[in-house]
Design a protein around this ligand. Structure first.
Ligand SMILES: [Zn+2]
Length: 296
């Protein structure tokens, strides 16, 4: 095994949470995704390299339950903990990511959009940038796949009911998204669904308090950062991985001694400020235009 390039600093002072979305078996598969979604899709080889790097560096994947217990002072964590997560509930999570995680003895939490489970939606699913074109009906994990994740020791959490951006919803509508997705997932899976992850990287001050109110134990939001023991359990930070970051930046982002994530956080804050000024709809329209132009 190659020597670790990061130094241990004694007891754990902060936990990095990484978030992936979908995987494709080969690079040609990326073409099936619209540009605004493709940003977040990794090839299987890229994902394997990332997991191998984490293993070589001595990271141990922990669960959300571990993180919450640590924050509450009820448990300690391994020397180099990391929390691996997936948003949206794309089928490739079970088909491609799960075997790789199992092969390395790693754990992850999968946040499913409850109204999409199985791809047969009778619910008004929001226009979603992570929806892969023509094959959308086949895109999302079904109950059997979610149960297979649980059977393999993974966690399943809620990514709301319809994936609408929390910052565009009224308090009541957001409460419904959180409560109803919890109910649907718990009924479908027969286990408690204790954790939620906010869809889209835009902050909503209501998401955390409402997640607590309807019975979750912790929530991941979209703000980039690491989580100290004292971090608010309903406003946990994470790093949503984009393919454009490349492997070098990935290595920096997971290095507990690196501050590489701060530059991304600043960019995110500027983007969010811009979005607030423009309004969500205008911002998304411009964003799509810029991304499509970039391809031409
Ligand atoms: Zn999402």
């Amino acid at each position: 095994m190659k020597p670790s390039t990061t130094t241990s600093r004694g007891p754990v002072d902060a936990v990095t949470v990484l978030t992936w979305h979908a995987l494709v078996e080969r690079a040609e598969g990326l073409d099936a995704w619209p540009p605004e979604a493709r940003l977040y899709v990794f090839t299987l080889d890229e994902f394997r390299c990332q997991l191998d790097h984490l293993a070589a560096e001595g990271f141990t994947a922990i669960t959300m339950a571990d993180l919450v217990r640590w924050q509450a002072g009820q448990a300690e964590l391994p020397t180099k903990p990391i929390l691996l997560s997936f948003d949206d509930g794309h089928r490739s999570n079970a088909a491609l990511a799960l075997p790789e995680l199992r092969a390395r003895g790693q754990k992850a939490i999968f946040f499913a959009t409850a109204g999409r489970v199985g791809g047969h939606c009778r619910l008004p699913i929001a226009d979603c940038r992570f929806q892969p074109g023509a094959r959308s009906a086949q895109a999302w994990m079904g109950w059997g796949e979610l149960r297979a994740l649980l059977d393999a020791g993974m966690e399943v959490g809620s990514h709301t009911l319809t994936h609408r951006s929390p910052s565009t919803l009224s308090r009541e509508a957001l409460r419904h998204e959180l409560a109803e997705s919890k109910r649907v997932l718990e009924e479908g899976l027969g286990v408690a669904v204790d954790f939620a992850a906010s869809p889209t990287g835009y902050d909503s001050r209501h998401f955390g308090p409402l997640a607590r109110e309807v019975g979750y134990r912790a929530a991941l939001q979209g703000v980039i950062g690491r989580n100290r023991r004292s971090a608010a359990p309903f406003a946990l930070c994470r790093i949503v991985l984009k393919r454009s970051y490349g492997f070098d930046l990935f290595r920096q982002l997971v290095d507990p001694t690196s501050r590489a994530y701060r530059r991304l956080r600043l960019k995110q804050a500027l983007r969010n400020g811009f979005r607030r000024v423009l309004g969500a709809r205008a911002y998304e329209a411009i964003r799509r235009l810029v991304l499509r132009r970039g391809r031409e």
